[in-house]
Every structure is written in C-alpha cells, then in structure tokens.
Design a protein around this ligand. Structure first.
Ligand SMILES: Cc1cc2nc3c(=O)[nH]c(=O)nc-3n(C[C@H](O)[C@H](O)[C@H](O)COP(=O)(O)OP(=O)(O)OC[C@H]3O[C@@H](n4cnc5c(N)ncnc54)[C@H](O)[C@@H]3O)c2cc1C
Length: 302
C-alpha cells in the first residue's frame, strides 16, 4: 500500500474520493490535468478534517472553490485537491455566517430577492465564498471587503481561529491569502454584515448588472479577467493596443469581444493559455513599459 493509498483511505471517512481526477472538469476554463486525490467535502467540519489529513501527509491541500479564477497546469495537481461544498448558513438579524463552499452569486441573488441589501453587485460573480475572500471579489463599485466582518481560518498546524476582516489586507482583487501572509490558510466560513433593503429595487439593480455582463463579456469557457487593471489604463486596452485581439494558440484565444478575457475554444491546453498570457505580458511591457499583474492563478505542476 502506498502513502497515497493510505491517505485515500483516511479521506474516504470524510468525503467522496476520486483518483487522477481531471481538473479540466472542475475549472470554468476547462483546462488542467489530473489531481492525484480529489475529495469532495460537504460541510465545514469535513473541510477542516480533509485539510488536516492532507497537511499531515504532506500532500497539500489545494482548496478548490468553483475553479473560476484558476488555470491548472496540464500536468495536474500533486497531492490532494479538496472540492469544497461546505455550505452551512446561519442568520442573526442581518449578520450572516456562511460556509466557504457556498455559491457567492447564488447567495447574493437570494439576499436581493429577500430584501437584504449589500450584495447586489455580486450576483454575476461565479465562485464560492472562499474564493471571493481570497480575491476580495468585486464588481460595479462593490467588493467583499465592504460587507465582510470576519473569517474562520484553519492553519497548517490544524488550529482554527476567527480573524477580523481588517487582518486580511483586502485590496483590489488581492489579500494576504494571495500575497503570502495567509497563503497556507483554509477559509472555513465567513461572517457578513448586511442591511435591510427593498427586494424590488435590489432585483432591479441586479438585473441591470446582469445585462451589462451579457453585453460586455464573452460566452463559453473562460476564467474572467486574466489581469488586474493597472493604474495607467484598463488591461483590455493595453492588450488590444499591442495587436492581440482574437490572437489564438491551439484552442486558446484572446477574446474578440473583451481582450482581458481569454477563452477555451474547445480542447485548449493550459500551456497554450500560458503562452498567450506571457505574450500579452511581453508585448505590453515592450510597448508601454507596464507590467501586467495576473488576476487568474496558475496552479499545479507546470
Ligand atoms: C465569467 C467570469 C466572470 C467573472 N467576473 C468577476 C468579477 O466581476 N469580479 C471578480 O472579482 N471576479 C470575477 N471572476 C473571477 C472569479 O469568479 C472570482 O475570483 C471568484 O471569487 C473565484 O472563486 P472560486 O470559488 O471559483 O475560486 P477558485 O478559482 O476555485 O480558487 C481561486 C483561489 O482561491 C483559493 N481558494 C478557494 N477557496 C478557498 C478556501 N475556502 N480557502 C482557501 N483558499 C481558497 C484556491 O486555492 C485558489 O488559489 C469572474 C470569473 C468568470 C469565469
């Protein structure tokens, strides 16, 4: 029995385990090779237990939300990927506690429908609450930092604690999870402070955002904006200006509709996506002297 076999046996006590699971099935971009062990957990306790087991075995974990902001390498991910479906929810007035595996957009839309204000801007953002914390997800002038009160985190030693949002260093599409300070923490759950609102008005606002997305963003498989917008100019303008609109490499392409969206036309390989990303970075730097910053995470065995 290998170490991986023993770990798989332990993880089976916590969730559903698959071997060599293609990550292309679990990312919105639709690229990525196999995860050695892929465990689906359906609660906060199970998430914490799976993370502890993987850490003890020195096998990750990589915590996956909805895979909407990552490009996984063709070589896949070594060790354990935790497919997080911890979706518990409790309400205390307008203070809400939610599991990190909950759908952020689904929750936001439900809040609008029930006349709870604070998240109308989020109705079109794919992904889980955990992913939204890591990226301080935002759109149309709002971001998670506006409503996030505190998060419960698990550290690599297996201990969990609540941290105030102020300690997460949340900035435009960034946080201490991305910049290193909290990179090895698992977000277990989060607490948001919302407010009373008018359901009709909130749904009207949400519908307006839906329409804006439908006209501005390409359909098909993608991971949203590939780069954050530098102070000098929106990333799409810089990429467009260096002649990359519609550029293709294999089945990966820079969208014709929005040049900060890269799309999978069918059977794209992660290496083709990376080639396009590096080409955009190189040309924009050579032409404008601007270093683009990746919003999308490149993860796994490159
Ligand atoms: C069509 C489209 C439109 C988009 N529009 C927007 C937008 O308007 N605004 C915006 O901000 N984003 C947007 N995004 C990007 C994406 O939806 C967000 O970044 C989202 O918050 C990612 O969540 P996720 O669950 O999919 O994270 P994943 O892609 O699964 O993971 C991203 C990173 O977060 C880590 N992570 C996830 N969950 C946890 C956890 N519980 N604990 C620790 N680490 C964790 C992962 O390990 C990984 O490093 C868009 C994406 C798409 C495809």
């Amino acid at each position: 029995m290998t170490a991986l076999d023993r770990l798989a046996e332990k993880l089976e006590q916590v969730g559903d385990v698959r071997r060599d699971e293609p990550m292309s099935r679990h990312t919105t971009f639709g690229v990525g090779g196999p995860a050695d062990l892929y465990v689906t957990v359906r609660g906060i306790d199970a998430l914490a237990r799976a993370a502890r087991l993987a850490t003890e075995a020195d096998a990750g974990p990589f915590v996956l939300g909805s895979g909407s902001n990552i490009v996984v390498a063709d070589g896949g991910i070594r060790g354990v990927v935790i497919d997080n479906r911890a979706r518990e929810e409790s309400l205390d007035g307008f203070r809400v506690r939610i599991g990190s595996g909950a759908s952020f957009a689904g929750f936001a839309r439900r809040m609008c429908r029930t006349g709870v204000a604070g998240l109308a801007w989020a109705v079109g953002i794919p992904g889980t609450l955990g992913g939204a914390v890591v990226y301080n997800a935002g759109a149309y002038g709002g971001c998670l930092a506006d409503v996030l009160q505190r998060v419960r985190l698990l550290d690599p030693a297996g201990n969990d604690e609540w941290l105030d949002a102020g300690a997460l260093d949340l900035t435009y599409r960034g946080s201490a999870f991305r910049r290193g300070g909290l990179a090895d923490r698992t977000v277990l759950e989060a607490e948001l402070a919302l407010a009373p609102g008018d359901a009709d008005a909130l749904l009207g606002e949400a519908n307006g955002y839906d329409q804006r997305r439908l006209t501005a963003q390409p359909r098909g498989r993608n991971a949203g904006s590939v780069f954050t917008n530098p102070p000098e100019s929106p990333a799409w303008k810089l990429i467009d200006s260096v002649g990359l609109r519609g550029e293709q490499r294999g089945d990966a392409a820079i969208s014709d509709l929005h040049t900060n969206f890269f799309v999978n036309l069918g059977q794209a390989r992660a290496s083709d996506v990376l080639w396009l990303v590096e080409e955009a970075e190189r040309r924009v730097f050579e032409t404008h002297g601007v270093r683009l910053t990746r919003e999308v995470g490149f993860v796994g065995a490159w």
